[in-house]
Design a protein around this ligand. Sequence first.
Ligand code: SF4
Length: 379
Amino acid sequence: MYRNYTDRRDFSMRTYRKKTRPALVRGLCIGGDAPVSIQTMTSVPLENIDATIDQINRLHREGAQLVRLAVLNEAALGPLKKVRESVDVPLSADIHFNHRLAIGAIECGIDKIRINPGNIGGVDRVREVVRAATEHSVPIRIGVNGGSLDRRKYPEMTAQALAASALEHVEILEECGFYDIVVSLKSSDILLTAEANIIFSDMKEYPLHVGLTEAGYGLSCVVQSSILIGHLLLKGLGDTVRVSMTGDPIEEIHVAKKILASIGERLEPLRIIACPTCGRTGPSVNLEEIAREVENAIANEFSDVLRALGRELVVAIMGCEVNGPGEASHAHVGVAGARSGNFLLFARGERKGKITRGEVIRAVREEVMSLIETWSRER
Ligand code: SF4
């Protein structure tokens, strides 16, 4: 029976999401019932104001909902203020070692600060930062990292130690009557980071910023980040994500969007399913080429309308007549290659007939248009 893969919201593993205490960051809600948000960090020096503004805007256009900037010294506060006044995107200031920078960033109008209380210089200084944050309604992210764990208190870097360190710092803020808190527990190890987040989430109701730190670059980063973030989100944990990737932060956004779309946290207007091909694939069936052509043709033309309709279109590109028809008939539209070089066309579960290689794009496009018309009428 025809069954497409569009409504993954029905899956039971997605029905549980831990409800956390929401934190509002310049209109962006982190936690509570808010969708999981995507954040990243600029990679250009803050002193280069124009380049920073340009990068923030580019990241925002790609899908970043919160952008963090490293504030290294007092000279950076002037540029921070200018940047804050020049963009609409929620901004977070990343502060290490100097509590006066955190207070200065808050006074510059920053929307959120990230501190690691373990290296900010003692409880009294944390309290001063909390006072300023309270006055300006600025949430604080307590960011505990494996690399900066206080080894005098926690000689061994374990998941329990990361969670205990986060709890200790959260309690300092709570003692000051401050609850506008987001927490991150990170390391470069997936198992350690996952366990630390799970332990902490049993202790407190604050929203979790999830991701690895120093996740590397390229494929390794994509795989590791996907496993960690996907695992926690599927367990119902995590309110905002960052894929920490060496290189252009734009790539982080692409990966984060794909992770969220893959588990139904985001609408992905077009999803292409393609088989890996094998010895059954006909010699003239170049599946990768066809999949790319279909994706380019459909994504460019129909993504906006699909997004507006709130629909996810699944197109299957399969390599043979043996196993291909099953998958192709489960998608909204599908083609399965034959050894002859021709293709079987499927739409909404029905076999529509045989087409040549040259007819694939036009035929898929027509079926997609017909489906969109139906969805538009059903609205
Ligand atoms: S669908 Fe056919 S060609 Fe593709 S991997 Fe499966 S058996 Fe091989």
